[in-house]
Design a protein around this ligand. Structure first.
Ligand SMILES: Nc1ncnc2c1ncn2[C@@H]1O[C@H](COP(=O)(O)OP(=O)(O)OP(=O)(O)O)[C@@H](O)[C@H]1O
Ligand code: SF4
Ligand SMILES: [Mg+2]
Length: 332
């Protein structure tokens, strides 16, 4: 069975921001899916929706099937059990959110005590083992967060995410605040843990190059939608969607003098999710827009083996999912 199947996921915040608009994704155990896109395109909202962590009053529609069970319709008791043990999140900027007055070992032991029947001493022992697993000496369990470097704190957050042996780990910008050497170490660590433990990984980043290096597949989001999806290297090196192309050309490549001396950005700003443009939401910024793009909203189309892109210039149309149009729930 597919580990995670997201079907026609929609999220509308109180106030009307349509932050996620009909996202379909799937992930098998032991595989790594990257989610990329500019600031504000809905990446963190998507991650939070997967575990029903959005603020009260937010409307969420669609399905999030974790091992076939829909997280969006679970009772709260079951949701609490699934968080940590079924799936866990390393939050964006999380290394700054460790509790400064508690030893890191106690913070790692806490979810183990809450979600299992371990004794306090067994949970402590497990916390030490988890620290070793992420490359820190077990004795660092006695350290307070301020006694650790940024990279070490991020390792603690990863250890915490692994504490209850989840099947799925969602890492939201896990390396953004770290220098490049530590970033590389953390990425290799995540890759190693995924392959050793057959985890599924969703890794979110605005950095396409990092995702192409780490993940098997890559989904590019724009204005709350996946506009391109496919094998990570292929999307990075030869994007089909004009936005995917612009995003990947914004990153200089080793060995490509043209990109080094003239890294290309994208003019204009992403749209306000409470006031989206008509038609293709990318049309005001798109260098190859047709007149029809201001009116017609393209769905993801098949674009070669295992690739999809949502643009009139790409392949044949795959019909939109026939999900229930009014299946909208509140997270409260
Ligand atoms: N609690 C909230 N209430 C209302 N709108 C929100 C809330 N959280 C996020 N948004 C809006 O939803 C949109 C998507 O935000 P989100 O945080 O998911 O983007 P992101 O892709 O993770 O961006 P970044 O790369 O900066 O982390 C943004 O326009 C944001 O302003
Ligand atoms: S559908 Fe039109 S506006 Fe949208 S990306 Fe394709 S060409 Fe550009
Ligand atoms: Mg974010």
């Amino acid at each position: 069975m597919t580990l995670l199947e997201v079907r026609d996921l929609t999220v509308t915040y109180p106030g009307g921001a349509e932050a996620v608009r009909g996202v379909d994704l799937s992930l098998e155990a032991g595989r790594k899916l990257g989610v990329a896109g500019e600031s504000g395109c809905g990446k963190s909202t998507l991650a939070l929706a997967l575990l029903r962590l959005l603020p009260a009053g937010t409307k969420v529609g669609g399905q999030v099937l974790l091992d076939g069970e829909d997280v969006l319709t679970m009772r709260w008791g079951r949701v609490r059990a699934v968080r940590w043990a079924g799936a866990s999140i390393v939050f964006q900027g999380a290394m700054h959110s460790l509790n400064p007055v508690h030893r890191v070992g106690d913070q790692i032991a806490e979810p183990i005590l809450l979600h299992g029947d371990a004794t306090p001493s067994a949970a402590k022992r497990r916390a030490g083992e988890l620290l070793e697993q992420v490359g820190l000496p077990g004795a660092r369990a006695r350290a307070y967060p301020h006694e650790l470097s940024g990279g070490q704190r991020q390792r603690v957050m990863i250890a915490m995410a692994l504490a209850c042996d989840p099947r799925l780990v969602i890492a939201d910008e896990p390396t953004t605040a770290l220098d490049v050497m530590i970033q590389a170490q953390i990425l290799r660590l995540i890759e190693q843990l995924v392959s050793e433990q057959e985890l599924g990984l969703i890794m979110i980043s605005h950095d396409l190059a990092v995702l192409a290096d780490t993940c098997d597949r890559l989904a590019v989001m724009y204005a709350g939608r996946v506009v391109e999806e496919g094998p990570a290297r292929a999307v990075y090196e030869d994007a089909l969607h004009p936005y995917g192309k612009a995003l990947s050309s914004a990153f200089p490549r080793i060995g490509d003098p043209a990109s080094r001396f003239a890294p290309r950005g994208l003019a204009g700003d992403p749209p306000d999710p409470a006031d989206l443009p008509s038609g293709c939401t990318f049309h005001p910024r798109c260098p190859v827009a047709l007149d029809a793009c201001a009116v017609e909203d393209p769905w993801l189309r098949e674009a070669g083996t295992g690739r999809r892109a949502a643009c009139v210039h790409v392949g044949a149309t795959v019909p939109p999912p026939a999900g229930p149009a009014e299946d909208v729930r509140s997270t409260t």
